[in-house]
Design a protein around this ligand. Structure first.
Ligand SMILES: Nc1ncnc2c1ncn2[C@@H]1O[C@H](COP(=O)(O)OP(=O)(O)O)[C@@H](O)[C@H]1O
Ligand SMILES: [Mg+2]
Length: 143
């Protein structure tokens, strides 16, 4: 059975296909329209806005924290009960070096705040942090 969606699709393969098409189209728009520049790199608020933008045509939970526990393979992501606290802690994690940014991304993956679409939205979120923090390091090097 497919995850409940706004497209009215019940076949999971069809949903996967449409989801890929629509979220790729939305991702391209996100990079073109300047919205990314308005987000605060490294904050959950930025990830929430990215997720909402990618998936709002598909899922009613776009940009909303999940209300169920989820796992992939043998790995259980942060239980719903601790998710709010985990996201507050991640917001406060440093992001000045490459290693700190990777550590922050890993913690966000462990949190997996949304019911679906975490990988896609988190990679755009990561890209934003890398650009903001490491490009400004570069500027300093040449100052
Ligand atoms: N066994 C695992 N342990 C930890 N993280 C995983 C595991 N399997 C997949 N992931 C992460 O979860 C992401 C998939 O989560 P999901 O919410 O389905 O996002 P998407 O739908 O965008 O792929 C992958 O991109 C990867 O980052
Ligand atoms: Mg998925």
């Amino acid at each position: 059975m497919a995850l409940e969606n706004k497209l009215g699709l019940t076949d999971s393969a069809m949903l996967e296909c449409e989801e890929e098409r629509i979220s790729k189209k939305r991702a391209a728009k996100l990079f073109e329209n300047g919205i990314l520049d308005t987000l605060e790199a490294g904050k959950f608020s930025a990830l929430k806005a990215i997720h909402k933008y990618l998936f709002e045509e598909i899922y009613s939970f776009a940009g909303e924290i999940r209300t169920v526990n989820i796992a992939k393979g043998n790995f259980r992501f942060v239980p719903v009960m601790y998710l709010g606290a985990a996201l507050d802690n991640i917001d406060k994690m440093p992001q000045a070096t490459f290693d700190e940014i990777v550590e922050k991304y890993v913690e966000m993956n462990i949190a997996h705040p949304f019911r679906e679409g975490n990988g896609r939205s988190m990679r755009i979120w990561l890209d934003l942090i890398l650009k903001k923090e490491l490009c400004s390091l570069d500027d300093n090097a040449y100052a």
